[in-house]
Design a protein around this ligand. Structure first.
Ligand code: F6P
Length: 357
């Protein structure tokens, strides 16, 4: 009878609870193992005593539709560079490893993006931890998998926002800019932009000029279209590399910078009336979409099966309509941004959407 741990790490998103539920169903229901939920990513293993909760099927039953993560999470949990009160960084990895073994865990399932996977893998190698990873990121930039938990719901939410903005933009003859997340990659913006009928899609992978953006607005006006919708990824850049980044790695004021900057520039140059909506964490919260639940369930079951087969240091991924596992090192190495020559960019161009270049 195995005892396994599970944690969620990095930014939360929809579908994490559905994955936790699937792990518990499979591990307890099929194999009769014990499952310990570790609170707040690796922070739960840094606490004394460790912050863990035994999970039961009854406890996770209602989790399928719940947003967030019942275990809590953090994106400040790098135990190799743990911030101390005096501002210094301290390596606390050995405390985590020791607590993992003291809890009598046979294996650990870590749900996170590439950053979390890298940290967990380093811990696993240093401390002889049997690790299996499940990919989650609304940014969908883990290259080894077609879907990561969180992406589909984020796209649905951003698309719904565009659907709503159409009406108000048209009613007031305005240019409305929807700013979405995507720290380094524009997957949310390009997918939601196509799905939601945006006229302009700006992504970090394609540098934009404000001239092209204004040209599109003018073109629409000349076609008798009185409004314009733009979706903009938080990390877009101009051709000369100028970037109005919202993201501040010190954790200070974030989001809302680029959208407002563009709105001001467009208004200044074209005279159009502009408004901005920053979708922010709305795209991370909420009920997981049906596809998200399917992905989470499939990943959860497959992760437990890997442990049953004692195949460790692997990540479950979605490839060619099925779940397959790959070495976690591949997942860390294969970052995937939007392909500027790929299908979605070609589709957007084919629809006459302005990509800013
Ligand atoms: O990595 C996912 C992501 O949603 C990014 O798109 C965004 O920049 C970041 O997380 C926001 O993280 P937080 O607000 O939790 O620090």
């Amino acid at each position: 009878r195995k005892r396994i741990g599970i944690l969620t790490s990095g930014g939360d998103c929809a579908g994490l609870n559905a994955a936790i539920r699937a792990v518990v169903y499979r591990a307890m229901g099929t194999y009769g193992w014990e499952v310990l939920g570790i609170r707040q990513a690796t922070l739960g293993l840094l606490a004394n005593p460790p912050q863990v909760m035994p999970l039961e099927i009854e406890k996770v039953d209602a989790l399928l539709t719940a947003g967030g993560t019942m275990l809590g999470t953090t994106n400040k949990g790098d135990p190799f560079a743990y911030p101390m009160p005096d501002g210094s960084l301290c390596d606390r990895s050995e405390e985590i490893i020791s607590n993992y073994h003291q809890l009598g865990l046979d294996a650990l399932i870590g749900i996170g993006g590439d950053g979390s996977a890298a940290i967990l893998r380093r811990l696993a190698q240093q401390g002889n931890i049997n690790l299996v990873a499940i990919p989650k990121t609304i940014d969908n930039d883990v290259g080894v998998t077609e879907h990561s938990i969180g992406f589909d719901t984020a796209v649905n939410t951003a698309t719904e926002a565009l659907d709503r903005l159409h009406f108000t933009a048209a009613s007031h003859s305005r240019v409305i800019i929807l700013e979405v997340m995507g720290r380094d990659a524009g997957h949310i913006a390009i997918s939601a932009g196509i799905a939601g009928g945006a006229d302009i899609i700006l992504i970090p992978e394609i540098t934009y000029t404000i001239d092209q953006v204004c040209h599109k607005i003018k073109e629409r006006q000349e076609q008798g279209k009185n409004y314009c919708l733009a979706i903009v990824s938080e990390a877009v850049r101009t051709e000369d590399g100028e970037s109005v980044m919202n993201t501040n790695r010190l954790g200070q004021s974030r989001y809302g910078g680029i959208g407002q900057y563009l709105a001001d520039e467009i208004c200044h140059r074209s005279g159009a009336e502009t408004r901005v909506t920053v979708l922010g964490h709305i795209q991370r919260g909420g009920t997981p979409s049906p596809l998200e639940r399917v992905t989470a369930a499939a990943f959860g079951v497959a992760a437990v099966d890997l442990i049953a087969e004692e195949k460790y240091d692997r990540m479950v991924t979605w490839q060619n309509r099925q779940v397959v596992s790959v070495p976690i090192s591949d997942a860390i190495a294969q970052y995937r941004a939007v392909d500027p020559d790929g299908t979605l960019v070609r589709t957007a161009r084919g629809l006459g959407i302005c990509l800013g270049d």
